[in-house]
Design a protein around this ligand. Structure first.
Ligand SMILES: Nc1ncnc2c1ncn2[C@@H]1O[C@H](COP(=O)(O)OP(=O)(O)O)[C@@H](O)[C@H]1O
Ligand SMILES: CC(C)(COP(=O)(O)O)[C@@H](O)C(=O)NCCC(=O)O
Ligand SMILES: [Mn+2]
Length: 904
């Protein structure tokens, strides 16, 4: 397939579902100055009424799910601009091009909650964010400002007055408070059935969110990978104020089989009455220091301290919750509040667990999912419920919990709009992010919503003060279970309860990126795991947390400098550091808080966190300096390479990629190294040290594939197309990648350079590549012609050293640049841009370069086609662990693909 076809396939491959909404770009104008980096775009004919939010008003809590449009072309739109036009126009053209190519609405889903008794907070929140305003006649304003903090800038045509807006609403409050919403906000509720919503919310989450469901046993959280084709039947137990038990057999196919009036409302109500607790969390907190044996009547109390072995009950089994109270002659005030709280929690949780089990038994269901805000991510509650299910079912049935626990109904109501096309999205197209503002944007609970960066920084300060409560976990004692009776004491007794705000960080902002797909060349997509290092090991986790913490001062310094070291930049730098440290503290305490944790997630989160505080490219200056220094020596390197035999040359080229990978500003050791020499000195030193065999060395095999057996008469056919996942700026891209790419081109292989959509450390970004290539092309005819035919060069560049080498067949295949859809130093092949996926279809060679992409992630990944993994390991411990080697050792791993032709 020719490149143009591939590109056009990339463009068409996204028009998947005609039912998806499209943006009407006709008559679009850019508002504001053309010099403005982030101008607003006005779409006067975009009349698709925006469905801003859906609401679930329950007996205790109001749950709000709201949508904000993707206001900038998605990260996957980093393709280089096409020919024609002046600089400014070209930018504009590229911008529109992005929108044309990705007309499906991307956007973000936010989750917030309020107490029903504080409905005013909720109304104020909606009002301040203008969620209720959608006025089609005014058109829509789209801002390209990526600094959209809470996600809603520029969403609505904001004249403040709401025209007849209808909003999906569920829960009893949809009836009870319909008039209030009409009066105060002018919105009319379109009521959706609560059970319908719970079921569709749960089905969506279980299918589309990779780490949604988990088990919780004896303090251990374990994510359960649901098979989307084998989801049904299951029992859904929603523990809100009251409890609903629903047997779910499919989409919209369910039956509410049972329920109980003894639920979260009972717990909270009795907690207020008995312990005089002001908040729900206070009860949970109290329970952690409780001993229920002073309140509950235990089997041992009845049997004189003995177990009742005959029927399998231990002495510590609760025979009767609160039963001991009848025999003592004590006033309420004479009981410890902690003990009462624990008895209450156990009573409610066991009871619900038991009823759930009986229903599962009656309907032959093995899987039971618990939702509703009674759970509140509280370890002891979950352990108690799990214990009950496990005990009564003798291990047959399994209790699972949902990360979005209380939002099922609100999410279901939102999905019922059906015009976002969300129900068809797959996990590949969803990215969950955890911006610091997320828990606060919901107000309160904590209100008021954060509107700008300034407010967010102020919030950060508060968070940190609150965050001090988030201490490192005290090691938990060995669980003291007493046979069938359950835990004597809460396992998590020693831990302080997480504040609600930090618990709210369990639920992030869900980004829909319709243009992301799974990489089609993965050999076994279901088994694919991007992370090499297993962070479920506490020692490993601590090591990498420390690495990231220690790197902070240097990173903050670079970030602040990149923004001119102004006072504002310094303030943002501090806030960034606080925010990222808070994430680390949160994850130290609960590693699985954000889903399954891998090193790649941490490295990406750091980049996201920088962006959150408006550091768009912290290493901008460094990247530029290194590019210039490398471009200056490129001509000499090219001449050297051209004097070599093909066999020596391929070795020199791979050596070159490995040696240049030393320029890594994310590695502490490397950053220290740079103090001791210039870029060129370090590059030369690195090259001089290149000695084979490398620590992992498949070079001989690769050379065979490249030039064939020695003395063979017919050389192997060159690869058709190479997909080269590039890494760092400077020597890495200029002296390593481009020289290798040139050789591939010379042999007749099409080359697609796949670079980041957004910056990450000193990685080269797709939009920066055309300029780098243009500069390199001045010294090389092959690169120039290939870049021209790949549409990368606009102005004819003349080759000033007259590259004499021609391609084998006289013509040069195209060189393309494609953005990968990510802004991380690693790559997760479950989610790449649709352009990469389209270009992959014809590729027969994948090259992964650098420690992030070839070692931290994908070291063990298997591909359908040939793959070459090239990296220098710039961390001593990792080198020891992974390859029994040392820092600066190199990896050259070559694995012929399952489907590739065997030439050997
Ligand atoms: N911050 C909180 N405020 C009040 N109740 C809470 C809070 N966090 C958890 N809960 C518990 O969650 C229950 C409400 O759960 P939810 O799923 O929202 O149900 P509902 O729709 O009936 O309000 C409350 O009765 C209480 O037990
Ligand atoms: C972030 C990185 C993966 C980038 O490496 P690259 O992909 O550029 O080779 C790497 O710098 C890294 O793992 N740094 C942390 C390890 C350390 O400082 O020792
Ligand atoms: Mn890198």
């Amino acid at each position: 397939m020719a490149g143009d076809e591939a590109a056009s396939k990339a463009a068409t491959s996204i028009h998947r579902s005609p039912s998806r909404p499209q943006l009407d770009l006709s008559g679009a104008t850019i508002q504001g100055s053309t010099e403005d980096k982030n101008p607003a775009i006005v779409l006067p004919n975009q009349s698709d009424e925006l469905s801003h939010f859906a609401i679930d008003i329950g007996g205790s809590l109001v749950k709000l799910v709201y949508f904000s449009r993707q206001t900038e072309p998605a990260v996957s739109c980093g393709s280089p601009p096409r020919k024609g036009g002046g600089g400014q126009d070209r930018q504009k053209e590229a911008y529109y091009e992005g929108w044309r190519r990705h007309p499906i609405l991307g956007g973000r889903l936010h989750f917030v909650k309020f107490e029903t008794s504080k409905l005013n907070d909720c109304l104020a929140f909606i009002q301040s964010k203008k969620l209720h305003c959608s006025n089609p006649s005014l058109g829509t304003r789209l801002h390209s400002n990526s600094g959209d903090l809470s996600g809603l800038d520029g969403l609505a045509a904001s004249n403040g007055s709401a025209e007849e807006a209808t909003v999906k609403a569920t829960g009893g409050g949809a009836f009870k408070f319909a008039d209030v919403f009409k009066e105060r906000l002018g919105v009319t509720f379109d009521k959706e059935d609560e059970m319908d919503c719970l079921v569709s919310g749960a089905n969506f989450l279980l299918r589309a969110i990779r780490y949604e469901a988990f088990t919780h046993l004896e303090g251990q959280k374990q994510f359960v990978q649901m098979d989307r084709n084998d989801l049904f039947p299951y029992l859904l137990v929603n523990i809100g104020s009251g409890v609903s038990m629903i047997k779910v057999d499919g989409d919209g196919v369910y039956q509410r089989v049972s329920g109980t009036n003894v639920g979260g409302g009972t717990f909270w109500g009795l907690g207020r009455l008995l312990m005089k607790c002001k908040t729900f969390d206070e009860i949970l907190e109290l329970s952690q220091g409780g001993d229920n044996s002073s309140v509950d009547m235990l089997v041992g109390d009845i049997y004189g301290g003995l177990d009742y072995n005959k029927i399998g009950l231990s002495a510590s089994t609760i025979a009767s919750s609160f039963g001991k109270v009848i025999s003592g002659d004590k006033d309420l005030s004479e009981y410890r509040r902690e003990d009462l709280a624990l008895s209450l929690l156990r009573m409610i949780s066991y009871n619900i667990g038991q009823i759930a089990y009986l229903n599962a038994l009656q309907y032959g269901l093995k899987r039971i999912f618990f939702g509703g805000f009674f759970i509140r991510g509280h370890a002891y509650t979950m352990d108690t419920i799990s214990f009950a299910i496990n005990f009564w079912s003798k291990g047959e049935a399994q209790a699972m919990f949902l990360r979005h626990e209380g939002y099922l109904g609100a999410l279901g109501a939102f999905l019922s709009y059906d015009k976002h096309g969300l129900t068809t999205l797959t996990s590949h197209q969803l990215v969950e992010r955890f911006p610091m503002g997320a828990p606060y944007a919901g107000g309160e609970i904590h209100g008021p919503p954060i509107r700008d960066l300034n407010e967010k920084i102020t919030w950060m300060d508060k968070f940190i003060r609150k965050g001090i409560e988030i201490t490192a976990p005290t090691p938990t004692a060995v669980p003291t279970t007493t046979g069938v009776g359950g835990f004597e004491r809460p396992l998590s007794r020693a831990l302080s309860l997480r504040s609600d705000s930090s618990a709210a960080l369990n639920v992030g902002v869900l980004h829909f990126v319709p243009s992301l797909e799974a990489f089609p060349l993965l050999a076994d997509p279901d088994k694919y795991e991007p992370n090499t290092v297993d962070l479920s090991d506490p020692l490993e986790r601590e090591y990498w947390f420390n690495i990231l913490s220690n790197h902070m001062p240097d990173l903050v310094e670079k970030a602040v400098a990149s923004e001119g070291a102004t006072n504002d930049a310094k303030r943002r730098g501090d806030a960034f550091a606080q925010a990222f440290r808070a994430h680390l503290a949160r994850l130290r305490e609960e590693p699985a808080a954000y889903g399954k944790l891998g090193l790649a997630n941490l490295l990406e989160m750091r980049e996201e966190c920088l962006r959150e505080f408006h550091f768009t490219d912290a290493y901008r200056a460094i990247k530029q300096r290194e590019n210039e220094a490398s471009l200056a020596v490129l001509p000499d390197l090219l001449s050297d390479l051209d004097t070599m035999t093909p066999s020596d040359r391929i070795l020199a080229l791979i050596e070159g990629v490995l040696a240049a990978n030393i320029f890594d500003w994310g590695s502490k050791a490397c950053v220290e190294l740079y103090r001791s020499g210039t870029i060129m000195e370090i590059y030369r030193m690195s090259r001089d040290k290149m000695q084979r065999p490398w620590r992992v060395d498949d070079f001989d095999l690769f050379r065979k594939r490249w030039i064939g057996e020695e003395g063979a008469t017919t050389p192997p056919k060159p690869h058709r197309r190479a997909l080269f996942f590039v890494d760092n700026s400077g020597a890495d891209i200029v002296l390593g990648v481009l020289t290798f790419a040139r050789e591939l081109l010379r042999r007749g292989t099409e080359v697609v350079l796949v670079a980041n959509s957004l910056p990450a450390i000193n990685d080269v970004v797709a939009t920066e590549l055309p300029a780098v290539i243009a500069a390199a092309a001045k010294h090389c005819d092959i690169l120039r012609r290939a870049a021209e035919s790949g549409g990368l060069l606009f102005d004819a560049v003349s080759c000033n050293n007259g590259d004499r080498h021609q391609c084998q067949n006289g013509s040069v295949p195209p060189l393309y640049v494609v953005a990968n859809g990510s802004g991380s130093p690693c790559i997760d092949f479950r989610q790449v841009s649709s352009e990469v996926a389209a270009f992959a279809k014809d590729a027969d060679l994948v090259v992964l370069e650098g420690m992030g992409r070839a070692v931290h992630t994908n070291y063990n990944a298997k591909f359908k086609c040939d793959v070459l993994k090239l990296a220098m390991i710039k961390n001593q411990r990792l080198a020891e662990q992974l390859v029994q080697g040392n820092i600066y050792d190199c990896i050259c791993r070559y694995e012929p693909g399952q489907d590739s032709e065997i030439y050997l």
